[in-house]
Design a protein around this ligand. Structure first.
Ligand SMILES: [Zn+2]
Length: 63
Protein backbone atom coordinates (compact mmCIF):
# COMPACT_ATOMS: atom_id res chain seq x y z
CA UNK A 1 0.00 0.00 0.00
CA UNK A 2 1.38 3.43 -0.88
CA UNK A 3 2.28 5.66 2.00
CA UNK A 4 3.65 8.96 3.15
CA UNK A 5 7.04 8.73 4.74
CA UNK A 6 9.26 11.07 6.69
CA UNK A 7 13.04 11.07 6.93
CA UNK A 8 14.14 11.06 10.53
CA UNK A 9 16.24 14.15 11.18
CA UNK A 10 18.44 12.19 13.54
CA UNK A 11 18.98 8.72 12.10
CA UNK A 12 18.16 9.71 8.50
CA UNK A 13 16.11 6.54 8.20
CA UNK A 14 12.74 6.88 6.60
CA UNK A 15 9.64 5.84 8.48
CA UNK A 16 5.98 5.73 7.72
CA UNK A 17 3.83 8.72 8.55
CA UNK A 18 0.57 7.36 7.21
CA UNK A 19 -0.87 5.04 4.65
CA UNK A 20 -2.71 6.24 1.60
CA UNK A 21 -6.10 4.72 1.11
CA UNK A 22 -7.15 3.12 -2.16
CA UNK A 23 -9.67 5.89 -2.59
CA UNK A 24 -6.87 8.40 -2.89
CA UNK A 25 -5.19 6.27 -5.51
CA UNK A 26 -8.06 6.29 -7.95
CA UNK A 27 -6.73 9.52 -9.35
CA UNK A 28 -3.68 9.75 -11.57
CA UNK A 29 -2.58 12.73 -9.54
CA UNK A 30 -0.76 12.32 -6.30
CA UNK A 31 -3.15 12.43 -3.37
CA UNK A 32 -3.06 15.48 -1.15
CA UNK A 33 -0.49 15.43 1.55
CA UNK A 34 -1.98 15.06 4.99
CA UNK A 35 -1.73 17.99 7.34
CA UNK A 36 0.71 17.81 10.21
CA UNK A 37 -0.58 19.92 13.09
CA UNK A 38 1.85 22.62 14.21
CA UNK A 39 3.80 21.40 17.19
CA UNK A 40 2.96 17.76 16.53
CA UNK A 41 5.96 15.51 16.89
CA UNK A 42 6.42 12.41 14.84
CA UNK A 43 8.38 9.68 16.58
CA UNK A 44 10.90 7.70 14.57
CA UNK A 45 10.38 3.98 15.26
CA UNK A 46 14.02 3.28 14.48
CA UNK A 47 15.76 5.52 17.00
CA UNK A 48 12.88 6.93 19.04
CA UNK A 49 13.66 10.54 18.18
CA UNK A 50 10.60 12.76 18.29
CA UNK A 51 11.01 15.43 15.67
CA UNK A 52 9.00 18.33 14.36
CA UNK A 53 8.18 17.96 10.70
CA UNK A 54 6.32 20.02 8.19
CA UNK A 55 3.94 19.02 5.48
CA UNK A 56 6.65 19.62 2.91
CA UNK A 57 8.79 16.95 4.57
CA UNK A 58 6.33 14.23 3.60
CA UNK A 59 7.49 12.06 0.75
CA UNK A 60 5.49 9.67 -1.34
CA UNK A 61 6.41 6.00 -1.38
CA UNK A 62 4.83 3.38 -3.55
CA UNK A 63 4.82 0.20 -1.52
ZN1 LIG B 1 15.40 8.04 13.68
Amino acid sequence: MPKWILICSKSKIEFQHSQISDVGMSSLLLPDKPLIPIGHKCVCPNCGFAGLYQRTDLRYRHA
